[in-house]
Design a protein around this ligand. Structure first.
Ligand code: GLA
Length: 344
């Protein structure tokens, strides 16, 4: 073999095995949240990471109601349209996030007083947004975070004015407006038994009405040293047994203490913590691979540590390290471990 041919072959192998989405191509989609600024491609380094490693996008904010529907009967699709162009250019599918959620609502919606006006807002929002993107999105998080930790329904303008049936109605309206989109319920901590039971009841109610629901998204905002592996596995099995696709939709591993405003790693994170995080990401991906026949997508909640919401939650101005790429856009030990899994 000539030197140049062997170099070419090595080069091909490297590019394949260095791409997360290629490494997991036969298992599940690899997604990430993206913010509007990133869709403008001002950072070539970030664009290269999106393009190389991910085949699915979830808008971090630009398809939330406060952005799309800022005033009564007034819609602004500019940011969401830009996201669609970015995804088409880079050959990625989009999960729309999210149609009905109690949070990040525009002020006018939070102030609606009557059941009649909430109903008009609810119906027009779903119909207008879902039909505009019909055929352009692979899926929708139709309802986000409708459950409390004990599995009961969370109080919101929707529950309070429309009653418990609003969830099934949201799925029905979306299935009419976007017949080709997969329809998901998405929430955090739904791997935990009480909340999982609430989710199962919610799904069964939708199914018993003959309304389509295609999947459940387990958000996956977990904390280092406290990932509930057993409950995650039980939940994947439970949701699969309802005939649903399962996704991990907002994955990150928080490395900071939960209940203090301390910022222990402001000047840098110890290698020991990065390696513990890598080991836990590996354990998670081993679990996901065992259930690759049930899991259709694993999406991270952000591309790189500097852009994570966990730098601002639950306290502003912290320095967190939850994702696969560091602040210089270099792959972290967690990235290497989940890539190595596919070379075993
Ligand atoms: C929830 C929402 C997301 C995002 C994250 C944190 O999980 O579903 O849209 O707001 O919180 O940023």
């Amino acid at each position: 073999m000539t030197a140049s041919l062997s170099l070419f072959i090595v080069g091909c192998n490297e590019s394949n095995t260095d791409s997360l989405k290629d490494a997991y191509a036969h298992d599940f989609l690899i997604g990430t949240a993206i913010n509007y600024q990133q869709t403008l491609e001002n950072s070539p380094g970030e664009t290269r990471l999106f393009h190389t490693h991910f085949n699915a996008l979830t808008p971090e904010n630009c398809m939330k109601t406060e952005v799309l529907h800022p005033a009564w009967n007034t819609f602004d699709f500019s940011q969401a349209d830009q996201l669609v162009s970015f995804a088409q250019k880079h050959d990625m599918v989009i999960n729309g996030h999210t149609l009905i959620w109690h949070s990040q609502l525009p002020r006018f919606a939070q102030q609606l007083q009557s059941a009649d006006s909430v109903r008009q807002f609810f119906e027009s929002h779903i119909q207008t947004v879902a039909s505009r993107y019909a055929g352009k999105l692979q899926s929708w998080d139709v309802v986000n975070e409708a459950l409390e930790e004990d599995g009961s329904l969370r109080s919101s303008i929707f529950l309070d004015h429309l009653g418990a049936g609003y969830i099934a109605e949201a799925f029905q309206l979306t299935s009419r407006a976007a017949p080709d989109a997969e329809l998901y319920y998405n929430d955090y901590n739904i791997e935990m038994p009480a909340k999982r039971a609430g989710c199962i009841a919610l799904v069964k109610d939708i199914q018993s009405k003959g309304i389509r629901i295609d999947g459940v998204g387990i958000q996956g905002h977990w904390r280092l040293g406290q990932i509930p592996f057993r409950e995650i596995e039980e939940s994947i099995l439970a949701f699969d047994s309802l005939g649903l696709k399962v996704m991990i939709t907002e994955l990150d591993i928080d490395v900071l203490p939960p209940d203090s405003s301390a910022n222990p790693y402001a000047a840098g994170i110890p290698d020991s913590v990065l390696h513990q995080q890598a080991a836990e990401y590996e354990q998670l991906f081993r679990l996901f691979l065992r259930h690759r026949d049930k899991i259709s997508r694993v999406s991270f909640w952000g591309l790189q540590d500097a852009k994570s919401w966990l730098n601002h939650f639950p306290f502003r101005g912290r320095t967190n390290y939850p994702l696969l790429f560091d602040r210089q856009l270099r792959p972290k030990p967690a990235f290497d471990r989940i890539m190595e899994l596919k070379r075993e």
